[in-house]
Ligand binder design. Sequence first.
Ligand code: TYM
Length: 335
Amino acid sequence: MNKNVVLSGVQPTGDLHLGNYLGAIKNFAVMQNENDSLFCVVDLHAITVFQDPKELRNNTYEVIAAYLACGINHQKSTIFNQSQVSGHAELAWILNCICRMGWLNRMTQFKEKSGKNSENVSSGLFTYPTLMAADILLYKATHVPVGSDQKQHLELTRDIAQKFNNDYNSPNFFPLPEPFIEKEISRVMSLRDGNSKMSKSDVSEYSRINLKDDADTILKKIKKSKTADTNMPASMEEINLMPEVNNLLNIFSGVTDKTKNELIMYYEGQNFSNFKKDLSDALIEKITPIGNEIKKLMSDRDNLNQIMAEGVAKARIKSEIVLNEIYDIVGFVKQ
Ligand code: TYM
């Protein structure tokens, strides 16, 4: 019987936030129990936009620490950084030769990130999705837990896998990976604007909750978060017209075991101050232990180095088996 293989990655480009946690990392810890799982820090992706080398190194350790603090167990899962496993870059080249320009031209994330500046961004930013496909296909991963902003990249990965299998007459060589996207919290929105995504690059610190925020900061950010001029409505129809309120409800539900409906029933007709107080408490209970654990883990580099080295060794073994098969299929001579 074929076992499921789960793979996902996070960029080491700054403080991780609630969107990264609820949209992706929280699910990693659950999925590792039933599946062969790999979680990487995608440093090769990070440099598609210039990164200060010192910060990149520090952020790489910090994502490893966040993985551990969020409950990923390095004995169950393979935790590593992408650049240390050369197969990612090698396979990315092969997949660049499979992927069509037209497919990459359709990627909305590239359009968003390059904006009016598309002539002047790195070519790595343009071909970034083929590297992401390589991350996934290098381990023949079957399931990929991500936020909804990565859905289109997953669809592209499936197209690339399918075309490789067809071009090289190797049916089913690459499985077609399934995205695992949690409906309600797959797109955590900014606390200041319910129509834009919570993101590391937002200039306002008040737009996001970082995993390392302390209780006071969380309290302040939720207090300042945008809601509505009315009281909490009673129906989903009305809430759907209030993106900021809807977002806070999704977050509340995401960090507790309460459903959105339960929360609406409880707070309907009240103004938002109680709701915000309770939401802050729930966030503080969930997030501050993670932040404290990240800080603790970051103070012991030797331990993090040891964990990464073990992960890299496991990932190299797994990836070399698949890469050898691929080189064979493509027709590269091996001695
Ligand atoms: P990255 O580093 O931007 O984000 C890491 C993960 O967090 C999710 N995420 C969100 N989810 C919900 N709401 C938000 N506001 C939010 N912001 C971020 C992302 O969807 C992602 O799952 N290309 C990927 C990294 C990557 C990867 C891979 C993922 C590289 N190779 C292979 C899966 C498999 C990225 O830039 O994620």
